[in-house]
Design a protein around this ligand. Sequence first.
Ligand SMILES: O=C(O)CCC(=O)C(=O)O
Ligand SMILES: [Fe+2]
Length: 492
Amino acid sequence: MTLDILANLAYFCRGHTCGTSFLICLIPKRSIYDLRFFPPALMGIQVIYPFRQTHWFTWLEKPPPTRPARLGGKCHGLSLTSRQRGQLASDMGLTQGRTGELPRSDASVMASSQPRKEELSGSSAHMCECRVTHNFFVRSVGMHFEYDGDDAEFRHRYAGQLVDGDGDALSSLVVAGILAEVRQQRAERLQAPEESLARVQRIEESYRRLHPEVYTIDPKAFLAESFLELVEVLRGCQTSLRGVSSSLEDLKSRGLLQEKRPGLWTFKVFTEAFCDLLETELANFAASGLPCTAPNTMNRHGVILAELGFYPGLLNPLVYEYVDVLAGQLLPDHTEGLDSYRAFTVLYDAAADGDRDLALHYDNAEVTLNVNIGGSWAGGQVAFYGLATEEESDTPADISLQRGHSVLHAGLDMHKALPITSGRRHNLVIWCRSSRVRNQLCPMCFRQPCVLPTCKYFDEGFTVPPCRLACEKHSETGCKPDSCHSDEDLYG
Ligand SMILES: O=C(O)CCC(=O)C(=O)O
Ligand SMILES: [Fe+2]
């Protein structure tokens, strides 16, 4: 352990020359590295970060007045992915610096009320540069990589880190294989926005909706009575001086709301009738054979709901009129008003070729609403480990949802889906974004966001202006801002 601590200190001191920032290292309760998450082959590099740490970003010395306390200026030494490793290295000056100073957008600086969807209409869609440079997951070695298209830089960066269980460097052939996979993933991410636009066009032209009515919200028919009441009570708390806590106790005692642990809320959202409609509509779409973007590399059988046209009539009202109220009252440290989101379905199936589980992660969201819309299954609980910015919880909270029921959690709450052992599980997941929060710090790379234009289906909800230098650096980014920045059907 002493060696581990020395290794950490040496690591932190390396390249850390900035006199205006400072650093506090906390010795952990236990090693953050855990064999549950890292295969033994990678143990050789684990000495680098054996404990959690707290680190103040230099640029947070002038925190914006509205910055939520959620990060408290902390950068987590996250045990479970490598993105924080990359981040710490970058903050310590070990990797490329940021590509430019970003002024905050007028909307985020000046608006005194919550930023609403109207404020975004006409603005272009943006993603953080890290989408095409960070978090490339190579399953064979169970590790995330950074790669910005520079092969030599990649080899140099990972030269000393890619070791086997005996600490011997991986053969150049293996490293070349890893690089090829990372390169391929980056190419796919660069192409994805344009491909998505082409898919949407095909869907619009050739898909015949089975239940056109499911695309427009009918609150009485679609939303559970208990949900409508829950939202009404919490909406009332926004203007009441009484505060929310007594209302919450009341809602809990009446069974409208459960708090599984602080910050982890469950409640019913949808009626059975809505779940039936949505599931049959999605089955009809699947049967059409039309291609649709999968939500991520681990969920191959879900769909991105924007591509199917579910945003304007169904999901915009659901998020902006209902979920926003709940998020503001139940997870106030994580949102300053929801103003964009990414909604998709995940489908797990124990049958051959089905997705069975989902690796540990946190979401590209300030707040996530995850609702079960169908299936009957065994296993498949979603296990929550606590905020990525805080000490990992020893005992995860396992959640299994009934049909129509949901869990609302902070995007930063680390979670994974345990394998289903039989049956199928179908969920609707909404990653809700609050530009005022994410404009300060990208939740994926934990840096000040350096944004690039993208197409609306890949919008990550930032409202800061694009970073000119990053745009030049990633000029190959598929979507041209002019051709794809109309947000009409997302926000209109
Ligand atoms: O399997 C689930 O219900 C969780 C899905 C999830 O965490 C995600 O897609 O971000
Ligand atoms: Fe998730």
